[in-house]
Design a protein around this ligand. Sequence first.
Ligand code: ADP
Ligand code: ZN
Length: 210
Amino acid sequence: MNFIFLGPPGAGKGSLAVKVAEEYKIPHISTGDIFRANIKNQTELGKKVDAIIKSGGLVSDDITCELVKNRLEEADCKNGFILDGFPRTIPQAEMFTSICNDVSVVNFEIADDVVIKRLSTRRVCKECKENYNIITLPPKKEGVCDKCGGELFQREDDKQESILHRMEVYREQTEPLIDFYRKKSQITDIDGATQTSELLSEFKKLFSAK
Ligand code: ADP
Ligand code: ZN
């Protein structure tokens, strides 16, 4: 059970990945989360990728591939994993194919205007990283995480300018992966506009036999 979650920013990959990881007992590997943790801890890697991530651009393939390769060698990946946000370019997909060819790609389909609305209203907990939405999923108390009491904030790359840039980058560099995996018959489409609460049962229907 190896999964790649593919789709534009704001398609709901991360939210579903958290649930699938719990249900299938496999790790959720989000390259974005790993980069952000490195930025927070001011590691060498974090310093290298900080500016590019804030602007909504992509980290280089070399850095990203190295990171993922190392992560997949860890013991918890033996029985499967969910890659959320990787691969994002054709070279990354080719690298991944060279180390693992047994994968189901879940392609999140969603309209641009839905994505823009979702991302610009998203808030994230500083402490536990839980996601909220000021319109569709507000916390009980404004600005405060229900789970841990942490402060909610807006990601720098969820601001309007970066959102548009991320979507452009997605179109140019990541969308070609849909064809890449369709040709290999490794892709399953899922409707990203589905409510997060219903997505897991959708997913289980698609992948119950595997
Ligand atoms: P999103 O909400 O856009 O899916 P992520 O949390 O997946 O955001 O990623 C945030 C940022 O981290 C990206 O905009 C990019 O700068 C960097 N990043 C994450 N994964 C990759 C990758 N596979 N290749 C290059 N850059 C990446
Ligand atoms: Zn929290």
